[in-house]
Design a protein around this ligand. Sequence first.
Ligand code: NAD
Length: 457
Amino acid sequence: MSTGAGVTIPDVVDRLRSTFERGVTKPYAWRVAQLRALRSLLIEGTPEIEAALLADLRKNPAEAQLTEIGFVIAEIDYTLARLRRWLKPTRVSTPLLIAPSTAKTVLEPVGVVLVISPWNYPVQLLLVPIIGAIAAGNAVVAKPSELAPATSAAFASLFRRFLDNRAIAVVEGGVDETTVLLGERFDHIFYTGNSRVGRIVMQAAVKNLTPVTLELGGKSPVYVDETVDLKAVAHRIAWGKFMNAGQTCVAPDYVLATPQVARALEPLLAEVIAEFYGDHPEQSESYGRVVNDAQFGRLTKLIEGETIVTGGQSDARTRYLAPTVLSGVSRAAPVMQQEIFGPILPIVEVTGLADAIAFINSGEKPLALYVFTESASARRRFITQTSSGAVAFGVPAAHLLVPGLPFGGVGESGMGAYHGQRSVEVFSHRKAILSKKLKPDTFNLVYPPFTQKKDAF
Ligand code: NAD
């Protein structure tokens, strides 16, 4: 299989391996230069990237700045401002038994890493892991999603023009190319996407005992109680849900509320949707489209037979599906059996907090859990009695904007976390270093024979 000009995927990986082994990527100066080059790529390449996002997902340029281009630039700046400090050796105290001695840990790059990314945030989810990989001093193969083809092609070209191609390469393609890549030896594989493919990636990694980070998805619940301003809540939920037409891994998947709260919230959600996208969201420049026909078919089927509060209209030709809110949805409904990953918000009724917690715990561990309540004890109960990648009170999805917070899942929603300093840790080995002087030999107490009296201690 060729990546162009007769260069095969194994050739690409060999080239990167040889670059890494020559030590090209290790110096701090190389890492900083490449991060700065990535920053220039984003600034100078903005028109190209925005056009690609518009073509792939009809992503509005303002949204693209917030969630893709600007997001990645902020992560680069955060990293550049702190990288020297993060890379400093960490001193560790040593026990009396081996005194005098000193100990520390140092971060070393792992080698050649593979980053496989999905189509829904095809800039952010490709580049943010790469920032960590470069900052940690590795060579990187980037595999963008074939389902965002314009963005994939744009980055193949931009990487060639802006970055050090000896150490950083894009391999474009789908299942076939990724399968060939997974047959190669890497020192870390960072995969973002669905859990079915996550299992394929992990299985392939076994062969070489390659560590993996799996950033997966799932159904992220929202709980709303009667103590909060429901109009404000409706704004927050609708923003998190309908951004990118619901195709966000941390989008609120469904709402749990008592019947009274649900009845009050439903019309407010309808009002807010009209406020955001007008009475004809298909004409709104702020509203995206479903990525492909297969997803469109899956999503429109999920609404069949449900009670619609607002939305429900669709157009197969343009893959438009209106922002849709469903009322009184059964826990057994098809829309509750899979991650929705589209602009459909089911509201499921619960009897209260305990019922909501029990329902959440009856499913797989979600990537995120969102809670809207003024009650401190309710907040505590969600933190201590449920398990999820993250919990956010008062706002969905915004925990991603805090680089000091680990971003990742647990259980079925993933393993490992990144962003900020953790991204550097993910692509590094923390090596233990111990030094002890030969003289004075205070260590003779531990030498055999053990029957002899030891004078030194
Ligand atoms: P996708 O179809 O683009 O697949 C992701 C990557 O896997 C692509 O690069 C693709 O080429 C590759 N791939 C697909 N099939 C493969 C196979 N059989 N073998 C090897 N590689 C293969 O994206 P997707 O999986 O549809 O993405 C959506 C999912 O990703 C959702 O579940 C979503 O929640 C999750 N997601 C998670 C995060 C996160 O950060 N945790 C972010 C975004 C999306």
